[in-house]
Design a protein around this ligand. Structure first.
Ligand code: SF4
Length: 354
């Protein structure tokens, strides 16, 4: 078996391709083979993405959501959660304060909140780009083609829409009133509109198998994402999955490492969720293929209310403290904080054709 693992890792390192059964085999590797997998992913990361780590400043600007995803603390049915919305001036001020800390990209994230019209989001994206010179990622869930087009024309560079799970049955069970077909359609639409597309999945969802996880990686590869966020499932006590087991750190790291072998030019974040279940989780991800960190720059008074999952790290830290802390983590690994905007290294984006 040892030889088989090694051959698969070597082949994936050279060709960036794997069959579904090969992915499942790698997802079950252990011990010295696991070390080989992480080392191979780290090498591919260094070859294709360098030693720089990109920081994306996350602004969680509204915790309202009209959806009811079974795993999420922001779900509409969680009636006791105090809700908040930030206005344009607050969002621009938060982003403005991040510029002197060295941020070149902000991610505007919210629940699916139709209180923000498409036009308002377009104005905000445009101001962040033109007044502050920031690259803008939007992460606002499923919206219409017209909305996505308007925001792209307003200058939004990237869109993050996690697919969560590519297991069609599991997707249906976790997402009442949503369909896998529509999720997939939205992601391909974003691709057609020229966004740098981010997607991703959770690891350890109840009912998820190694076969489901292999489908996640193959879907990300098929979509040819510019960013893939892979984090552990963490049960939230205010959801129907309150009593489910959380996802494993090791399996999440394997998913990140295999994603790096399959998609050498994708940006892969060391997620906050991983850091929330393992104090060294982000460091481990950064040496298993990851090259991005997304520090939260939302004001402290709102952070606690954006509780997709419980016990999130950094709830009491301010943006300057987070920036120093992350900078320390990155330099302790012999890496550097990237100075550019961190666009996808794919030619169509570096040449401005995206
Ligand atoms: S995962 Fe997103 S869409 Fe689903 S309930 Fe949470 S915030 Fe809303």
């Amino acid at each position: 078996m040892q030889k088989e693992y090694n051959e698969i890792i070597e082949q994936a390192t050279a060709e960036h391709k794997l069959e579904k059964d090969e992915i499942e085999t790698l997802l079950s590797c252990e011990g010295s083979t696991l070390k080989l997998l992480f080392a191979a992913a780290d090498r591919v990361r260094r070859t294709f993405m360098g030693d720089e780590v990109h920081l994306r400043g996350l602004i969680e600007f509204s915790n309202y959501c009209q959806r009811n995803c079974a795993y999420c603390g922001l779900r509409e049915s969680h009636k006791s959660l105090p809700r908040y919305r930030l206005d344009t001036a607050e969002i621009v001020a938060i982003a403005g304060a991040a510029v002197p800390l060295g941020y070149k990209t902000v991610v505007l994230q919210s629940g699916e909140d139709s209180a923000y019209s498409a036009e308002l989001i377009a104005v905000i994206a445009c101001r962040l780009k033109e007044e502050l010179g920031l690259a803008v990622t939007l992460s606002l869930g499923e919206r219409s083609e017209e909305d996505y087009r308007l925001w792209r024309n307003a200058g939004a560079d990237r869109y993050l829409l996690k697919h969560e799970t590519a297991d069609v049955e599991l997707y249906g069970a976790l997402h009442p009133d949503m369909t896998w077909e529509n999720r997939k359609k939205s992601l391909y639409l974003l691709r057609e509109l020229g966004y740098q597309v981010g997607s991703g999945c959770m690891v350890g969802l109840p009912g998820q198998t190694l076969s489901s996880l292999a489908k996640d990686l193959l879907f990300l590869k098929e979509l040819d994402v510019e960013m893939a966020g892979i984090g552990p499932f963490i049960p939230n006590p205010n959801t129907p999955l309150a009593k489910a087991e959380r996802g494993s750190v090791e399996l999440t790291l394997k998913m990140i490492a295999i994603a790096r072998l399959l998609m050498p030019q994708a940006h892969l974040p060391a997620t906050t969720a991983l850091g929330s279940i393992d104090s060294k989780g982000r460091q481990k991800a950064l040496v298993a293929g990851a090259n991005v960190v997304m520090p939260n720059i939302t004001p402290n008074k709102y952070r606690r209310l954006y509780e997709i999952y419980p016990n999130k790290i950094c709830l009491d830290d301010n943006p300057a403290h987070c920036r120093n802390c992350i900078g320390g983590i990155i330099s302790s690994l012999g890496r550097t904080v990237a100075e550019g905007a961190g666009h996808s290294p794919k030619e169509q984006f570096t040449l401005g054709l995206g």
